[in-house]
Design a protein around this ligand. Structure first.
Ligand code: HEM
Length: 368
């Protein structure tokens, strides 16, 4: 039986391309085709109206302006760091290492929603807290939470439309009331959410704000049993109502300045509260609250004892992608998560390649 390496084959006029080579070429061709298809799909070529990550970020830029090097949402921010002390209570709910008794390092970022990095602080602007927990086995848990009791819309398209409907009009610098009215007519769930917001007035500052995941996730324990959960960072610092006076003109950064002063005075703490969903509780819609009285488990305490301008902190170059989850924590059936992850990556990709303008909260401001 002649093999590939002996000469007699030459006499038989060896086939130009061997079968194996053909298979290789076909496989390469397929890979190229699928990559091109993916690019075309992500670029929205197959469904021109499709809300792709790129189109979403274009919308955020149209609504809030283009600011080189900044996040396309939650652009104004300051970096913090500290640790999470687990009390072991979470272990019966999830096998994630973070719930084992002990302390792990945390890096984070407080922010205000919107694309404008130097917007004036205001009591009712949505506040954000992004956290990255570094687990002992090298895994990470990233979460991005806000001080809202529910999300104003159900899905990505609704959030895109709300972003455009609430964008400041270039003439008046205020949202166009007619656009908002038309949006609310199409989105009764947002009108309902605005009502819920009214019964949850904002606190006086970042340090006494409760931050919620809003979206549901799944906790999986060591026996493989999963439960639906939502989580919140509940402050130890006592609640005080926001006072409009605090937002006096000329004090554009009053929320951040108060946070900086507080952390310099003493470390700030939050309890990680896990709310356990019951059968029938909605898990694919962050706009719908769960019934009051669901079981809550205090899984441990977050301590933030250091604040830094994002100009000098590694937090600036972190994407607090909420889909980065350790073993023991899994996505729910809420499509918002994959949409967020894709849009955050697109925002990160754009800002990572741009020159960084200076942040509103500068190192000198932090050092005061
Ligand atoms: C379709 C829905 C959403 C979209 C399109 C969206 C979009 C974005 C974008 C583009 C960023 C900047 C990402 C970066 O460049 O690193 C961001 C940051 C953030 N988002 Fe969202 N978001 C959505 C839903 C939510 C929800 C439901 C929450 C909270 C429950 C949330 C909380 C935050 C926070 C806290 C940050 C700042 C994180 C940081 O400091 O880097 N977002 N969002």
């Amino acid at each position: 039986m002649p093999t590939e390496t002996t000469t007699p084959t030459e006499k038989q006029a060896a086939p130009l391309i061997t079968r194996a080579r053909l298979r290789g070429l076909a496989a390469t061709g397929l890979i190229i085709l699928s990559v091109v298809t993916a690019f075309l799909y992500l670029g929205g070529w197959f469904a021109p109206g499709a809300l792709t990550p790129a189109r979403f970020v274009d919308g955020l830029e149209r609504a809030g302006g283009m600011h080189s090097g900044f996040r396309r949402n939650h652009a104004k921010g300051v970096a913090v760091s500290g640790f999470f002390e687990s009390n072991g209570q979470g272990m019966r709910l999830s096998k994630a290492l973070i719930f084992r008794t002990g302390r792990i390092p945390v890096i984070g970022r407080f922010s205000l929603s919107g694309a404008a990095p130097s917007v004036a602080d205001a009591p009712d602007t949505v506040r954000g807290l992004g956290l990255l927990f570094r687990l002992p086995d090298g895994e990470e848990w990233r979460t991005a939470m806000v001080n809202l009791p529910v999300f104003p819309v159900k899905g990505p398209q609704g959030f895109y439309d709300l972003t455009l409907a609430s964008a400041p009009d270039p003439q008046t610098h205020k949202p166009d009331p007619q656009k908002m009215e038309a949006f609310l007519a199409r989105h009764p769930e947002t009108a309902r959410a605005f009502k819920i917001f009214q019964s949850h007035p904002p606190s006086s500052g970042f340090e006494n704000s409760t931050f919620n995941s809003l979206m549901a996730f799944r906790f999986v324990n060591a026996s493989g049993v999963w439960i639906p959960v939502r989580w919140s960072m509940v402050p130890v610092q006592p609640f005080a109502a926001a006072t409009p006076a605090a937002a006096a003109p000329g004090n554009k950064n009053y929320l951040f300045d108060a946070l900086i002063v507080s952390i310099h005075r003493h470390p700030l703490q939050w309890h990680l509260m896990i709310t356990i969903g019951q059968p029938g509780d909605v898990t694919n819609d962050a706009n719908i609250p769960w019934p009051v009285g669901r079981e809550q488990v205090d899984a441990g305490t977050l301590t933030l004892d250091s604040v830094e301008s994002e100009e000098t902190s590694p937090a600036r170059d972190i994407n607090f992608d909420p889909a980065v989850l350790p073993a023991g924590i899994e996505p729910s059936d809420d499509l918002l998560l994959s949409a967020r992850s894709a849009v955050y990556s697109e925002s990160f990709r754009r800002r990572a390649g741009e020159t960084k303008e200076s942040s509103a909260i500068t190192p000198s401001e932090v050092r005061q």
